[in-house]
Every structure is written in structure tokens, then in C-alpha cells.
Design a binder for this molecule. Structure first.
Ligand code: A4F
Length: 407
């Protein structure tokens, strides 16, 4: 294990540059004090109102509760799926949105994460510009770029700006909370002796390709066992939370453990999330984080699923006199498309929502209306094309859980 501090050893520094230069640490002191205050207050409010929940996920064939409790906040109507569980955003108050929250404090908390999101987006653009400059300074890329005519340069710039925007416009944040003292057991990090893990080595899933993940880390204050500088470079302070990073499929190259103090942020730039795995190494005190992501939402928004339902229902004729519904076309491709959408709305949306539904009500009733509309559309599909041999759909968690996870 190596720690992140710069070193006088040029060989070690070069190795770090080669393997880990896309991990950027922003120390708390570089972030505006008012933003810290608002964000830290927001975490405490959400914990006070019991808004963070452990998720039931499916991993390596097993259904498990995550040790970390979570809440998804983000663009209205967006969802994010990880480890087979779809989470629905508590909407943050974007310009032009008119969202009712269950409490003023919860509104203030969502507004704080929206502000943090904007701050991290701007900061990420700066970090990527710097990375781009460093990488293109010596590369052949820049030599070629230097030779292209002005017009092509402009086209390249426009393309570059569009890509940059696509990879930095965070559409949601997954909040995490864990109190290690409440955990009876935490796994040991298996490859580098990094100590107890709150989250095992993994890649974040379902993100836009090469998009950055930006993380704000807030650990509650408490005694630290040792000062960072008192430790050997091979050890890590077990009282302090760290983010661990390693190259994917590689346990020979030393991993990196970066200590996270109160209010520190880190950015996983560009393709770092796919070339590397990360883990979260537990400290002793409770810790929150806000992990801002560009979720790949092409099939993950309300707009999308409503469009799908309307597509399927184009094949359903709804007569009023006498009251009957029947299919317009019996062509196999049309029937198949209808069945796929019927499955999608039931298994990816309704069951997932009713399984976790009570959670969102703590913060807002925003999802109630669109989800009952979606249920109405599903019922129409059910009249003409019921799904054979599947567990009965109810609004309670039990059968939905079996149906979602056991598939
Ligand atoms: O060990 C874990 O981190 C874990 C424990 C558990 N009871 C359920 C899931 C996980 C888990 C995990 C949780 C959240 C997350 O965002 C990523 C995760 O990645 C993992 C994991 C990768 C467990 C094993 C693994 O290989």
C-alpha cells in the first residue's frame, strides 16, 4: 500500500503519475466555508429524519443488505440502478421545478446537495482541463493538433466542449452513511493489508462512459489514534477513513489509500472508474459521503418509461361500447415489443418502486402521482397481455422482492 503524499523519489513519483494521476484530492481548506456548513448540516438533517436506508442488493447470487445506508438525490424523474436495485431520486430543487418537500429542512438539505453538485461540476471541468493540458503537452496529439487548420480546430473544440459537458454534468448524487461502531463485522481488505472496509473493491456501475465521479466526504469528529505522519508508509491510520484505489485485475501494483479528513473531496477523472477499482476503508467515527455521478439514464427516467408505455399501448384498442380492450396487430414483432415493455414497466419500475416506496415519502410525495399513472398504463397492458407464471404483483415489499431479485 502506498499513500498519496508526494515523494522525493522520482521513480516512485513517476509510477504514481502513471497509475494514479486521474485521482484528484481536494483538501477541505480549498472549498468555501459556507458550502461546507450547508452540506454538513444537510447530512445531519437527513440522518435526523431517518431518510437514509440500507439497500437490499443482489451480489454474486446472494441477496444482501448493504452495510452503508443510502439516499439518492438528483434530477426529478431520474433513477439509478446498482447491484440490481433501482433507486429513485428525491428531486433536488432545479431552476423551474416546483417540488413539495415534507419539511422545510429537507428542502434545505436537497438545495445544499444541488449547490454542491454545481460546485463540483465546475471544479471537475477545471481538473479535466488541467489533465488534458498535462497529457497533451508531450504527446503526439498536440503535434497533430498544431498542424490542423483553424476551422478544423474549431470543430475539434466544439466536439471537445460537448464531450466535456456530457462527462461532467452530474445528474444525481448517491449519499452514503455508516457508523462503524454499529457494525458487528466489517471485511478485511484482502490484497494490500489496508484494514477494515466499509465497501469492497468495485467499479461504480451504470455511468456515462469516461464520466467523472466526484465525492464529498464528511466524517464526524473524534479522536484519531495516530497522526498521519507518525505512520510508516506501508500502514494506514485505522481511525481515519480512506478511499482505496487499485488497478483492475492487478494485485501486484501497489494499491493506494488516500486519507479523507472532514470536508475533503476527491475526483475520479475520465476513465479511472473503469481502469481501476476503488473501495472505502473504514475509520472509527461515523461518516457521510455525497457521490456525484453522471448516471447513464437512457432507460432510467420517467420520460423514457412513459414513452415506452405509450409505444406498447399503440397496439391496444380501447372500445367503450361495449367496454373491451384488444390488440390491433398480432404480428409477432409487435407482440414481442409489447410484452417486453409490459415486463419492463412491471419489473424495472413498479415492483422496484413499491418495494422501496415508503422511503421517498419521508422526503416528498413527488413520485406518487407519476407512479400511479404508470400503474394505470400497466393495468391496461395486463388486460390484453398478462404475464404467465409470475409472482402476483402487490404494493407490499414481499412478492416484489422475490420477483425483482429472484429473476
Ligand atoms: O462488501 C461489501 O461492500 C458489500 C456488502 C454487502 N452486504 C452488500 C454489498 C456489498 C458490496 C457493495 C455495496 C455497495 C456498492 O456500491 C458496491 C459494492 O460492491 C460489494 C461490492 C463488490 C460486495 C462485494 C463486491 O465484490
Amino acid at each position: 500500500m502506498k499513500r498519496r503524499e508526494s515523494t522525493c523519489d522520482p521513480e516512485r513519483e513517476a509510477k504514481w503519475q502513471e497509475n494514479y494521476s486521474k485521482l484528484i484530492l481536494r483538501e477541505a481548506s480549498s472549498i468555501p466555508e459556507l458550502l461546507h456548513k450547508e452540506v454538513q448540516q444537510a447530512f445531519l438533517i437527513l440522518r435526523k429524519h431517518g431518510c437514509l436506508f440500507q439497500d437490499l442488493v443482489r451480489i454474486k447470487g446472494k441477496n444482501l443488505l448493504t452495510p452503508v445506508s443510502r439516499l439518492l438525490i438528483g434530477n426529478p424523474g431520474y433513477t439509478y440502478k446498482y447491484l440490481n436495485s433501482r433507486l429513485f431520486t428525491v428531486p433536488w430543487p432545479m431552476e423551474g421545478s416546483n417540488i413539495k418537500y415534507s419539511k422545510d429542512e429537507i428542502f434545505a438539505a436537497c438545495r445544499a446537495f444541488f449547490k454542491l453538485n454545481d460546485y463540483l461540476r465546475k471544479d471537475t471541468i477545471q481538473a479535466l482541463d488541467k489533465l488534458h493540458l498535462i497529457k497533451s503537452k508531450d504527446s503526439e496529439d498536440s503535434a497533430v493538433f498544431g498542424m490542423v487548420p483553424e476551422l478544423s480546430k474549431n470543430i475539434l473544440n466544439v466536439g471537445h466542449d460537448m464531450e466535456l459537458k456530457k462527462r461532467t454534468t452530474y445528474n444525481l448524487t448517491l449519499l452514503n452513511y455508516m457508523d462503524p461502531q454499529e457494525m458487528s463485522y466489517l471485511k478485511e481488505e484482502p490484497y494490500f493489508g489496508m484494514g477494515k472496509m466499509a465497501v469492497s473493491w468495485h467499479h461504480d456501475e451504470n455511468l456515462v462512459e469516461r464520466s467523472t465521479v466526484a465525492v464529498y466526504s464528511y466524517n464526524c469528529e473524534g479522536p484519531e489514534v495516530l497522526d498521519d505522519d507518525e505512520l510508516s508508509p506501508e500502514g494506514r491510520n485505522p481511525a481515519v477513513w480512506h478511499v482505496g484505489l487499485k488497478i483492475a485485475w492487478d494485485i501486484k501494483t501497489p494499491g493506494l489509500a488516500v486519507p479523507l479528513h472532514q470536508g475533503d473531496c476527491y475526483l475520479m477523472l475520465d476513465n479511472l472508474n473503469s481502469t481501476h477499482q476503488h473501495c472505502v476503508l473504514a475509520g472509527l467515527q461515523p461518516r457521510f459521503s455525497s457521490t456525484h455521478r453522471v448516471a447513464e439514464c437512457s432507460a432510467g427516467t420517467l420520460d423514457y418509461i412513459f414513452k415506452q408505455c405509450h409505444l406498447a399501448l399503440q397496439n391496444v384498442k380501447d372500445d367503450t361500447e361495449p367496454r373491451t380492450v384488444h390488440l390491433r396487430s398480432m404480428e409477432s414483432s409487435v407482440i414481442k415489443q409489447g410484452e417486453e415493455i409490459h415486463n419492463e414497466v412491471e419489473f424495472e419500475w413498479l415492483r422496484q418502486f413499491w418495494f422501496h416506496g415508503h422511503r421517498y415519502k419521508k422526503c416528498t410525495d413527488w413520485w406518487q402521482l407519476p407512479m400511479s399513472e404508470l400503474e394505470g398504463l400497466w393495468k391496461k397492458m395486463e388486460c390484453v397481455m398478462p404475464i404467465p407464471n409470475r409472482p402476483k404483483f402487490t404494493r407490499g415489499p414481499e412478492t416484489n422482492l422475490l420477483a425483482i431479485l429472484g429473476r
